[in-house]
Design a protein around this ligand. Structure first.
Ligand SMILES: Cc1cc2nc3c(=O)[nH]c(=O)nc-3n(C[C@H](O)[C@H](O)[C@H](O)COP(=O)(O)OP(=O)(O)OC[C@H]3O[C@@H](n4cnc5c(N)ncnc54)[C@H](O)[C@@H]3O)c2cc1C
Length: 452
């Protein structure tokens, strides 16, 4: 058995994984290709560099799922959260940082750790032996990406995300929408009612197209569209190609009967599909979009049934390398076909600095525990960490898997607590209270295991 944990990538996930494992007494080597090999987004040779915004988003650990993730990472002595705190700058309820000093501080902490060595080299292929964590992020270098694709199958590695907006089920108005698959296709009742349908009249459709065409959009960067543009056009681009294009594409009104108004044929229908096993989240089918976030909310709430929609995540199209984790990874984040390799960070199909660091924290602890002879179970699903890792390692729909932010829709519902907007504050507080207790329990359990 090897006694060194190798980590490829010294970003959010790689640094957090190294920190956790090293603090458990394991020797760690981080392999980082920068500054020798650059990416289009990183600007420095620092570890833990923030490639775009300088915010770790909401720091509210009672009412916000990402704030809860902050809390869980702090409780686990996370490096990224502790360093963020040190370099915090005023940003209302958000945790924003002074970006360069933040990354310099992460780098200094890693360099100073007696159990961590940094090797500034690019790894070109998945290693066939040893204990490894692959945390190479959305901009994984070319050779390694090719090697991952050949180990996992070409279809299992994506180079961009095309995200359709995801909506909380309990914010959809079912007095207007209904559940039905086109032509009632399917063997079981569940399959025959797999889609949620929102009907539109001609006037509503025309107004929707006008709003779509007039909306604020994010421009594509050079090279960003390569390879994916034909397969999944953004809805606003489809609308630009012709006012009827969407009605003959994702909004076609065929094979459906509106039980609220059986005699009237809808002019167009927007379909939503279940996004998780719990049935708490739905994505809008075929609605990948580059509309700016504010515009998305405004335009999508014009859809009948979605007037009060709450978004678990908004749509987007970006450069992003990620694997189909629900089919490839086991519950402890190991590649099923090569269990000496774990994956962590954005490449596992989570989205965001915080989520990436969080998956690094888990992978680091799991790898170190395994090396120390006391393997760790995955954290409870009631925690933010557990909900997120359960989503990517099996709960998400593998066929339509797209990167995910942490959100309350991933948590198992609490019995006796009602849905709906009015009770939201109470519901979120119950989720976060339950999560904190479960996370403390899991941390205690892992500390005991490590000490034995
Ligand atoms: C352009 C862009 C903008 C983004 N903006 C935001 C944002 O504003 N907010 C947000 O929350 N998230 C953002 N993200 C998403 C994501 O959260 C961040 O990219 C985050 O840094 C991911 O963490 P990570 O550790 O998985 O990857 P990274 O932080 O990118 O770390 C991966 C590391 O691996 C190294 N590496 C890659 N291949 C190899 C190799 N073969 N050998 C050795 N080293 C290698 C890279 O140099 C890098 O240092 C953005 C992503 C991109 C691409």
């Amino acid at each position: 058995m090897t006694n060194v944990l190798n980590i490829i990538g010294g970003g959010m996930a790689g640094c957090e994984a190294a920190w956790q494992a090293a603090n458990m007494g394991v020797q760690v080597v981080i392999h980082e290709m920068r500054p020798k090999v650059e990416t289009f987004a990183h600007q420095t040779g620092n570890l833990g560099e923030m490639v775009c915004s300088n915010s770790f988003r909401s720091d509210d650990d009672e009412q916000n799922a990402v704030g809860l993730l902050h809390w869980e990472m702090r409780a686990a002595n996370g490096l990224i959260m502790a360093t963020a705190e040190k370099h915090r700058i005023p940003a209302g309820g958000a945790l924003a940082v002074d970006r360069e000093p933040f990354a310099e501080s992460v780098t200094a902490a890693i360099k100073a750790h007696p159990n961590i060595t940094i090797s500034y080299d690019e790894i070109h292929a998945l290693p066939s032996e040893g204990t490894w964590i692959v945390a190479t992020g959305p901009l994984t270098s070319g050779d390694l990406a090719t090697s991952i694709a050949s180990a996992t199958g070409k279809e299992s590695l994506a180079f961009f995300d095309a995200i359709a907006p995801i909506i909380y089920a309990d914010s959809i108005d079912m007095s207007k929408a209904w559940m039905q698959s086109r032509y009632d296709k399917g063997e079981t009742e569940e399959e025959r009612t797999a889609y949620l349908n929102c009907p539109m009249s001609k006037e509503q459709y025309e107004a929707f197209i006008d709003a779509l065409l007039a909306s604020d959009k994010t421009e594509f960067k050079e090279g960003e569209t390569a390879g994916y543009f034909d397969g999944c056009l953004p809805i606003e681009v489809m609308a630009e190609r012709g006012r009827e294009t969407l009605r003959f594409g994702p909004m076609k009104p065929v094979g459906l009967t509106n039980p609220h108004n059986p005699d009237m044929n809808a002019y167009a229908v927007v379909q939503l599909r279940r996004d998780n096993a719990l049935g708490t989240l739905f994505n809008i089918v075929g609605f990948q979009t580059k509309m700016k976030y504010g515009a998305q909310k405004e335009v999508l709430r014009m859809i009948p049934g979605l007037e009060g929609a709450e978004f678990a995540r908004l749509g987007g199209i970006h450069r992003n390398t990620f694997i189909n984790s629900p089919t490839l990874l086991d519950r402890e984040m190991r590649l099923k076909s090569m269990p000496h390799l774990r994956f962590a960070g954005q490449i596992t199909g989570v989205e965001g600095y915080v989520e990436s660091a969080a998956m690094g924290l888990l992978a680091g602890r799991m790898a170190a525990s395994e090396m120390l002879g006391a393997p760790l179970p995955a954290p409870p699903r009631e925690t933010a960490m557990g909900a997120l890792v359960a989503h990517i390692t099996g709960d998400a729909e593998a066929k339509t898997f797209q990167p995910m932010n942490v959100n309350f829709g991933l948590f198992p519902p609490i019995e006796g607590i009602k849905g709906g907007r009015k009770r939201r504050a109470e519901r979120y507080k119950a989720y976060t209270d339950r999560a904190k207790a479960c996370w403390q329990g899991w941390l205690g359990h892992s500390a005991l295991d490590a000490a034995e």
